[in-house]
Design a protein around this ligand. Structure first.
Ligand SMILES: CC(C)(COP(=O)(O)OP(=O)(O)OC[C@H]1O[C@@H](n2cnc3c(N)ncnc32)[C@H](O)[C@@H]1OP(=O)(O)O)[C@@H](O)C(=O)NCCC(=O)NCCS
Length: 146
């Protein structure tokens, strides 16, 4: 079933879902707020993805699905949505860091890259520079230009 994916502005709901999913929330504030998109059920946020865009490159972050709703392809739908959203805004390559879901993203066409190959704009994000451990896998996917 294809769910309705909407921009999400309620930071308390986002933080709560990320926190219960074991993901970092410390850089999310009204001062620094990535784009967030999510799926709601009965007004509750059950799945979320974050996106930071820097011209031709972008960072996917904060992908989480509440435990009760996992295994229903919600994460797949959110990643696909984020890729289309970014591509429509001129992004050609997406990056992400993960300690938990490399295989998940590899199945969606993401490939591991060396940190030295990551563009400067992505390196300056808090996810890259401080929040995600140095041991995190860095993956990327070209989403435009075939
Ligand atoms: C990873 C996560 C977002 C997947 O959400 P989901 O909605 O259950 O995933 P989907 O239903 O779209 O996809 C399910 C498929 O992905 C696989 N999968 C799910 N999590 C996975 C992981 N961490 N690593 C590898 N594969 C994974 C499942 O085995 C299933 O495979 P199948 O299609 O062969 O049966 C969810 O488990 C989660 O929120 N985890 C905690 C936060 C996290 O680790 N986020 C990712 C890092 S940013």
């Amino acid at each position: 079933m294809v769910e309705i994916i909407k921009p999400i502005a309620k930071l308390d709901q986002i933080r709560s879902l990320l926190d219960e999913s074991g993901l970092q929330v410390s850089d999310i504030s009204h001062v620094h707020c990535p784009l967030f998109f999510g799926i709601q059920s009965d007004s509750c946020l059950i799945a979320v993805i974050g996106l930071e865009l820097f011209g031709p490159v972008g960072l996917i972050r904060s992908l989480a699905v509440s435990k009760a709703h996992r295994g229903n392809r919600l994460a797949h739908q959110l990643v696909s949505f984020a890729e289309h959203y970014a591509a429509e805004r001129g992004v050609d390559t997406l990056f992400l860091l993960t300690t938990t879901a490399s295989v998940f993203f590899q199945q969606l066409g993401y490939e591991q890259v060396a940190r030295s190959d990551v563009p400067q704009a992505i390196r300056t994000t808090s996810q890259f520079s401080s929040l995600c451990p140095a041991s995190s896998d860095v993956l990327s996917k070209r989403i435009a230009g075939g």
